[in-house]
Design a protein around this ligand. Structure first.
Ligand SMILES: *Cc1c(COP(=O)(O)O)cnc(C)c1O
Length: 370
């Protein structure tokens, strides 16, 4: 089976984790400090604070911006539920915005209409490894921006790294992400008052004063792995770009659409997404040939909460399929995925020939009209 995703871990990570375990210092210690320092210098930002997940990072970023119950936080519809969870943890109200047709990122221009006097912040994810454009539109309106770089560490917009464009940025080191230490996260910023609040909130012990704090700390053996992974990141990105190029060439004459990339966006291909009318049929065909493909977003919020409609998000969800892409994927495996997809089209298993798919489309259409 060719899995959809796989962490790139090896002897170096194992040795770093083992050394830390043998040292006896396994909770937060000097390795975490070093990981934070290296991460901040990688971004060229003043400070980074390590935490135990991307979700915790989002929660603390919102708290650092002063988010209180009843405030409004703008988030896109087409993303994992971590954002929705973090907003609810603070008691704030999620205000859900649609995404852009081109790349599935938040449509910043139309989201501006959702700003009210209660808007405390917007969370802008850079989805699938592709930088979101339009962050400056929020800054011009005085709305604080939390960049969610969980899928895009190392991607650049006009030569600027994602994570340096907003007020705060968050990262995730979950097993499927670009770099990993099993679970983990980071919050970074150039605003010392924000990172000081975050460092204060994520560690509850030995304090003179009391306020509710969290135990969101990273461990030293996770940080030891993270340090190795961060050093390998440039190689990881180069390999991801090579694989994407190989898919581009191998699939170019097929009737598959691809999310567009503008010249100022330098994506890192966390996901390689193809768009077609019937992704489930191609997904089944790949599965029958021992290849695992997945929807790049499990479900958009509108199908989970039924509180709003975001037509572009729904369409992208309905049409998108994510192919295997990760540094350990061999060229022969990429070629095999390409060959099986070409075989799918030769067999003329064309979009909309499958009747259950037709029914789903009709259901979606009715939903959009109602
Ligand atoms: C994975 C992910 C998160 C959450 O990170 P965890 O470490 O799993 O809590 C948040 N936002 C995006 C865009 C993600 O992909």
């Amino acid at each position: 089976m060719i899995p959809h995703s796989r962490p790139t871990l090896g002897a170096e990570e194992a040795a770093a984790a083992a050394e830390t375990i043998m040292s006896g210092q396994i909770a937060q210690g000097q390795k975490v400090v070093k990981f934070e320092d290296n991460f901040a210098s990688f971004l060229g930002l003043q400070r980074a604070v390590a935490v135990n997940s991307g979700t915790s990072a989002l929660h603390l970023a919102l708290l650092a911006l002063g988010t209180k119950p009843g405030d409004e936080i703008i988030i896109p519809d087409y993303v994992c539920t971590a954002l929705l969870n973090a907003v609810h943890y603070t008691g704030a109200i999620p205000v859900i915005a649609d995404v852009g047709e081109a790349d599935g990122n938040l449509d910043c221009r139309t989201a501006l209409r959702l700003i009210t006097p209660k808007t405390r912040a917007v969370i802008v994810p850079h989805m699938f490894g592709n930088p979101c454009t339009g962050i400056s539109l929020f800054k011009e309106r005085g709305v604080p921006v939390v960049e969610d770089c969980a899928q895009s560490v190392g991607a650049e917009l006009s030569g600027c790294k994602v994570g340096t464009l907003g007020d705060l940025s968050i990262f995730s080191f979950y097993a499927t992400k670009v770099i990993t230490c099993g679970e983990g996260g980071m919050v970074a910023s150039n605003r010392p008052e924000l990172t000081a609040t975050i460092a204060d909130l994520c560690d509850y012990d030995n304090r003179d004063d009391y306020r509710p704090r969290y135990n969101y700390k990273m461990t030293d053996f996770q940080a030891a792995m993270g340090l190795v992974q961060l050093a390998r990141l440039p190689d990881f990105i180069q390999r991801r770009r090579e694989i994407a190029q190989r898919y581009d060439t191998g699939l170019q004459d097929l009737p598959l659409r691809r999310p567009g990339t503008q010249s100022d966006q330098q994506p890192i291909y966390f996901r390689y997404i193809v768009q077609l009318a019937n992704p489930e049929s191609l997904q089944n065909h790949l599965r029958n040939h021992e290849i695992s493909a997945a929807r790049p977003v499990f479900k958009p919020y509108q199908l989970l909460t039924e509180t709003h409609d975001c037509p572009v998000s729904l369409r992208l969800w309905h049409e998108s399929l994510s192919l295997p892409i990760y540094p350990l994927l061999q060229n022969a495996e990429v070629d095999r995925v390409i060959a099986i997809i070409r075989n799918y089209y030769q067999k003329d298993l064309h979009p909309f020939k499958n009747s259950s798919e037709k029914t789903l489309c009709n259901r979606l259409r009715t939903r959009q009209l109602s």
